[in-house]
Design a protein around this ligand. Structure first.
Ligand SMILES: Cc1cc2nc3c(=O)[nH]c(=O)nc-3n(C[C@H](O)[C@H](O)[C@H](O)COP(=O)(O)OP(=O)(O)OC[C@H]3O[C@@H](n4cnc5c(N)ncnc54)[C@H](O)[C@@H]3O)c2cc1C
Length: 399
């Protein structure tokens, strides 16, 4: 490695959070010296994967070269972090290298635990089993939806763990249902949404609206059902029941869309930066670590008690950057994050409920109309407006 070993600000992860916070830090009059550690050559706009799974866009539309989004003046270290040593202001890399820092920002995203569901890894992408939750598997969702020509049972799952974009598991169920209805197979098919939790959405206003959407579409919504096993030979999905009686339910499927369990990345879980839950433990308003004053975290890997979305990061990044710059200059900062997050709930091709809320699960809506109503304008915003805003605005620290 030809890079220096000490950095003023070291950012771990160059995904949505890492790039956005770096851009905000570079937008000040005298920016600090910054390096981003990111192993991937590619950057993904993951919110598009819902529409990729629904066949609206090819998956390539969600992919760009990472190099084009590392802010000018920021050094890119194309490596993977292995361990943290916050008592020594240091971390180690998978190639054996060791780097030190004055300030650390952890933005390493969430870990997808594919292995936690028996039979999932072996069946993903084959014989009706698909998932929008990775670039490699998202194409299989669309393949399965469009080839569902005989009808049958289509199951969509949501696990009990925190996940990125809490609404995504049901969005793809609504798109599939709409596709089946438009292509004459709805009468021959059963659409089932199996949710390990006890309610369809965390915010009552939107939950009420979504309950009506599912009812209108005659989607069979069942709660407290955690997918634990897939038996590909017999096309059976096994669900553990969360009800007091316990037990399991075995359902035959023709199409099975899996939202896998997720957790904090292992290298964070096993580090001193982790809370007991495994996420990086930070103050929920300042995003500063609760035990290491020169460490911050944001995005999916943090323990910020809000829904894990890119929309949340858009509000976290400028506040974190303002707090870090103030600390660096020996000043105080009043920048505070209020838990804002947003979930564009696609309910069909051309309709969407735009949920926006804060830490108190109170709606925090942008538009002067009731956002719990399904609208084409909000669908158009998600499909055509937000991707542009992401690539040209958010990742540049402009919005
Ligand atoms: C199907 C789907 C639909 C979604 N829909 C929406 C939506 O409609 N609206 C919305 O706002 N959000 C949505 N999201 C969520 C959004 O994409 C994420 O919340 C956001 O990308 C999180 O950003 P992040 O930077 O925390 O993680 P990521 O963007 O995942 O980036 C993490 C980065 O860390 C890197 N990394 C990992 N381990 C290491 C390591 N050891 N060392 C160095 N680097 C490492 C990774 O390579 C990666 O580049 C959706 C996500 C999915 C999958």
């Amino acid at each position: 490695m030809t890079t220096q070993n000490h950095h003023q600000v070291l950012i771990v992860g160059g995904g949505s959070a890492g790039i956005t916070v770096a851009a905000h830090l570079m937008n000040v009059a005298r920016p600090p010296q910054i390096a981003i550690i990111e192993p991937s050559e590619k950057h993904y706009y993951q919110p598009l994967w819902t529409l990729v799974g629904g066949g609206v866009f090819p998956r390539e539309e969600s992919e760009r070269n990472e190099a084009d989004f590392i802010p000018a003046g920021v050094q890119w270290i194309k490596e993977r972090v292995a361990t943290f040593d916050p008592d020594q202001n240091a971390l180690t890399l998978q190639n054996g290298g060791r780097l030190t820092y004055d300030y650390l920002i952890v933005a390493a995203g969430i870990q997808i635990d594919w292995g936690k569901i028996k039979g999932l890894k072996e069946s993903l992408g084959k014989n009706g089993v698909c998932s929008n939750y990775s670039y490699d598997s998202v194409g299989s969702t669309w393949d399965n939806i469009r080839s569902f020509k005989q009808g049958g049972t289509a199951i969509f799952t949501q696990p009990s763990t925190p996940i990125k974009c809490g609404g995504a598991p049901q969005k793809i169920a609504y798109l599939a249902e709409d596709y089946f209805a438009k292509h004459g197979v709805r009468a021959n098919s059963k659409v089932v949404f199996m949710h390990a939790g006890a309610s369809i959405f965390a915010v009552k206003k939107y939950a009420d609206a979504l309950t009506q959407v599912a009812k209108r579409k005659q989607i069979d919504v069942r709660f407290q059902r955690e997918l634990v096993e897939i038996r590909p030979e017999s096309r059976e999905a096994v669900f553990k029941l969360g009800t007091p009686e316990g037990g399991e339910e075995v359902v035959k499927y023709d199409l099975l869309h899996v939202t896998p369990p997720m957790s904090a990345p292992d290298f964070i879980k096993t580090s001193k930066l982790a809370a007991s839950t495994g996420w990086v433990e930070v103050n929920k308003h300042t995003m500063q670590h609760t035990r290491y004053a020169n460490v911050y975290a944001l995005g999916d890997c943090s323990n910020l008690p809000t829904s894990k979305t890119g929309a949340a990061i858009r509000k976290q990044a400028p506040a974190l950057a303002a707090n870090l710059i103030a600390q660096l200059n020996g000043e105080t900062s009043s920048a505070s994050y209020d838990g804002y997050t947003s979930c564009p709930l696609v309910t069909g091709y051309g309709s969407l409920i735009m949920a926006e809320f804060d830490y108190d699960l109170k709606p925090k809506e942008t538009f002067p109309f009731d956002q719990s109503k399904e609208r084409y304008s909000m669908y158009a915003l998600k499909a055509y407006g937000l991707p542009q805003m992401y690539w040209n605005g958010m990742l540049r620290g402009r919005v």
